[in-house]
Design a protein around this ligand. Sequence first.
Ligand code: ADE
Length: 416
Amino acid sequence: MDYDIANPDLSAEGATRLAWADNDMPVLRAIRERFEKEQPFKGKNLAACLHVTAETGNLMRTLKAGGANVVLCASNPLSTQDDIAATLVKDHDIPVYAKKGEDRDTFFAHLKKVISYNPHLTMDDGADLVSTIHKEHPDLIPSIVGGTEETTTGVIRLRAMAKNGALKFPIVAVNDAKTKNMFDNRYGTGQSTLDGIVRATDVLLAGKVFVVAGYGWCGRGLALRARGMGAQVIVTEVDAIKALEASMDGFRVATMEEASPIGDIFCTATGNIHVIRLEHLKRMKDGAIVANTGHFDVEIDVAALKNAATSVRENVRPSVDEYMLGKNRINLLAEGRLVNLAAAEGHPASVMDMSFATQALSAAWMATQALTPQVYEVPEEIEETVATLKLSAMGITVDTLTPEQQKYLSDWESGT
Ligand code: ADE
């Protein structure tokens, strides 16, 4: 079997971590058992471009149990957990092409390698597979049934493709499912981003001014958790409604220009480019910590920082580079790449359980459909299944409507 990973000898360590994460993924486990019997992907090649983490490892096992010929590459050069790559190759016979810290050329070579397996289904986190197939391998498109997309940034790219008529096979926007973004984006990002910032810097959050750029689901979760750790949180936004929501959620809302000289810690979560620019970096305090938790490494203008800095001390701690800008030190985390996956382990397994259960069921649904090339919502039944299984795994039961209540809800005539 062909593969390209950092060190196959890490497989035992990876197997232990994979099993640890699996303990916290009961919904995915239930789906795996179902897939073993039903074989929804029998004979299908499934190419995945995801963060190579323990949680993704358990998703890959689930898809393979469902009959898929799975192949995996990384959706970010810094997020790969090399021990997980090793156990997937050695213990699960899954070809993996991913090495933590791989350079740009290797990253794209791995992407192309995965595409060379002639996928019938794609699974993306950031739409790199779909866009590369469309740009460089359109010949493969006729045999592709469809793909799924994990993240906000990817869905934005895919909707733009669909709008331009450029999308040539159907996609399920897993990111947009309630069972995904209300939990993974909010509570997953909230916790794992703080985890990454704290592991990288050992900063005490209590009493610090923490600036969150963007108040989508990720920014909301991050602001909530930073406040929970005692930080004074400032939110920056461009959207009037989200800014109002942040304000009424009790956060101070300001522009990045206003926030720059006040903040101790800055984190972008917008999905947009150059949200923190040189003009902001120059106004920051000595020792300011600057990080990004959005998908691509474009939210902080790192090139401008590198250009303007008089010196740089790389790896003053793992994942921290210290730039001298005028008289001030600016601490950039994880080179401006997603700090939660580069400096920590990404979202905890318990929340990835819901996202990846939604992924697995959406891919299985797609395998049975003949859909036209558009971006589709996750079917409501899948959301219901995932939420119900998760509640049950958490030992929570909910009330059911009485016949009287059902009738009342469908009766438009009763009232005052
Ligand atoms: N995205 C965020 N956290 C993740 C994780 N733990 N595994 C895979 N993808 C992720």
